[in-house]
Design a protein around this ligand. Structure first.
Ligand SMILES: NC(=O)c1ccc[n+]([C@@H]2O[C@H](COP(=O)([O-])OP(=O)(O)OC[C@H]3O[C@@H](n4cnc5c(N)ncnc54)[C@H](OP(=O)(O)O)[C@@H]3O)[C@@H](O)[C@H]2O)c1
Length: 263
């Protein structure tokens, strides 16, 4: 699946970072696009650059995917514009850092709604038509955070463990259907992610570029893999927790993520 000419990809979180890099690379490979996020100005600028550069058709849909009716609105919008979605990239997501008991309830609910709720909802809306057509792809952006519990980023780690488990299960369910499902697990990547988190504590090792992450994802998709970790060092690090008792792994993770203010 290296050439995407004639296919349309819907990318969430396309206004920045890994999502914008997916938009760039999929357009370069011939895909028409639907760019989704909240920042209309950034999405429009990206669409205005990519459409003439690659001769592809690019639509922008501005929506807050943490809102309860977001999936319904997005699907209604693609239907109204007559857009068939052949590739779904569930990429939008964010993390928070700090003691769970002290965290902002609303921000936590938003995180679960975006990182988990929107992924399940949009997959549920677009996967059935792909299965009917006997072709398509769903790429869900998880994280190396999926491989062990993360104290002080407890909700984020759990949302990404969910995305990994959910995507690999769907990969098995859809294996003989012509539709590919992939969980893409980046490690630390050079994007706005850490500005949103407000700390670099979770940034382990040398940061990859979003382009490297996208290349890993599209390579793994072409090889019909259930999941892929981007970067050799990240792949090794992700395996480490399995070598130790869970209590040890979680304590080690907690030591490196502990906020300076925590007692
Ligand atoms: N960077 C890393 O180190 C890293 C590592 C592992 C996994 N990841 C995962 O990679 C994915 C992309 O993150 P990134 O690193 O590219 O970070 P980023 O540069 O901060 O991009 C996040 C994207 O999500 C969108 N978004 C945030 N809240 C949204 C909402 N409520 N509704 C719709 N869109 C929303 C943002 O757009 P608007 O603000 O315009 O809405 C933006 O386009 C996330 O799922 C993240 O968990 C990142």
């Amino acid at each position: 699946m290296n050439d995407f000419t004639g296919q349309r990809a819907l990318i969430t979180g396309a206004s920045s970072g890994i999502g914008a890099a997916f938009a760039d690379e999929l357009a370069r490979r011939g895909a028409d696009l639907v760019l989704v996020a909240r920042s209309q100005d950034k999405l429009t600028a990206l669409a205005d650059r990519l459409a003439p550069l690659h001769g592809v058709d690019v639509h922008v849909v501005t929506v807050d995917l943490a809102a309860p009716d977001a999936g319904e609105r997005l699907a209604a919008e693609t239907t109204a514009r007559g857009l068939q979605i052949d590739v779904l990239v569930n990429n939008a997501g964010f993390a928070t850092h700090g003691l769970f008991a002290d965290s902002d309830r609303a921000r936590i609910a938003e995180q679960v709604a975006l990182n988990v709720g929107a992924v399940v909802d949009l997959t549920g809306r677009f996967l059935p038509a792909m299965l009917e057509r006997g072709r398509g792809a769903v790429i869900n952006v998880a994280s190396t955070a999926a491989f062990q519990p993360l104290p002080y980023m407890a909700v984020y780690g759990a949302t990404k463990a969910f995305v990994l488990s959910y995507s690999e299960a769907l990969w098995a369910e859809t294996r003989d259907s012509g539709v590919d499902v992939l969980a893409l697990c980046p490690g630390a990547t050079q994007t706005s992610f850490f500005d949103v988190v407000g700390t670099d504590a979770a940034s382990v090792g040398k940061r990859q570029t979003p382009q490297q992450v996208v290349a890993t994802g599209l390579h793994a998709l072409a090889r019909r893999r259930p999941s892929a970790i981007s970067g050799r060092a990240n792949a090794l690090l992700a395996k480490l927790p399995r070598l130790f008792p869970r209590a040890v792994s979680v304590k080690v993770a907690g030591r490196s993520l502990r906020p300076a203010t925590a007692t």
